[in-house]
Design a protein around this ligand. Sequence first.
Ligand code: URA
Length: 428
Amino acid sequence: VNVVGLIARKRDGETLAQTEIEFLINGYAEDRIPDYQMSALAMAILLRGMSAQETAHLTRAMLATGTTLEWTDVNEPIVDKHSTGGVGDKISIILSPLLACCGLRVPMISGRGLGPTGGTLDKLESIAGFRTDLSLDEIQHVIRDVGCVITGASAEIAPADKRLYALRDVTATVESIPLITASILSKKLSEGLDALVLDVKFGTGAFMQNYDQAKLLARSLVDVADSMGVKTTALLTDMNQPLGIACGNANEILESIDVLSGSGPADVRALTLRLAGELLISCKVCSEMTAAIRLAAAKIDSGEALKKFRAMVRAQGGDLDRICKPVTGHVLVANRQGYIARIDTRKLGMAIIELGGGRKQLADEVDFSVGLDMLVRVGDPITSDQQLLQVYCEQGIDQALEAMLRSAIEIGDAPVSPLKLIHETIQN
Ligand code: URA
């Protein structure tokens, strides 16, 4: 098979066969196809797209370059959630132990911050000792002992994606729905899942800002995962304001513990319960959403979910009594009265990075104590001296950062409706 010929066929909008896609992905994973040819192919895919079937072949080929976890002696359903990422999105930290309490098993492979969106692994590392580099054997052990685990992708998990993602990042080929679908699912499906729920976000703080694009991505993810035998549901959720109050690392862990304790922001609790409900229905633990949400809520309100979280943290080497402390550095106060008209959530995420709470370069160290508490929401009426944001940053903030934060929160004169969080459910 001629690599140049295959690139040319995709460039000309033709459909590639399963064997051709496997040849390209295996060749890349085994170093027979160089980065420059894979870059050209990625750009051809970005410009010409792929059919649902080609995307499924691509996902399968990428998954097959690594290991898929096997759960032969585990009787409970194996499930996971993936979020396309947002600011203040700490749902995984609450949902994993909650699902384990409901009789499901959750071998969650998670990621680090990407652009303005935070990363679950970074947040968890604000707990002293917490390990996010578990081996596949260790994942198996924690699932058997505790029922849930949250760790990073080891070298055995979809190695083709690791290389291809890094290449896409520097060749302007990240924004392709077939490539994103194969990238996300080749990692998630390596967990050996029975069911998956996806939180696909749209809005100012989301990877896919545009609603229609987010919906196309959700549809592609659901179709491909279903075609590979994993019952999948996607929710389209609003990221035009942070999720909950806390945005950062340590402060998000503290807020997660609040939600696991039965308090915390209502939007975080509601979305967690709904995502849990989708999986409980997919796995036939419950037959309808009201009962599923009631079951999950009872596991939080009885204290079981928090106990499970403590057990997971302990199993991964963490000490919940030693969480990095967020230090108050500055409070941003409104300079006029009115209504919160719009929040540029992306700018808030970028401000956290600017303060050291995220990475500008891969090798940067994260300051887990840095973060923001968002004290207002879109539609809130506010007075001229009302607190808008609490900034956690030991050294305080400079004028440029204050201006950046201020410009992220638009105050208008006219009343504005509050934002709806969950917009649509996509499933087959
Ligand atoms: N997240 C991923 O894992 N892959 C993508 O391509 C985009 C977001």
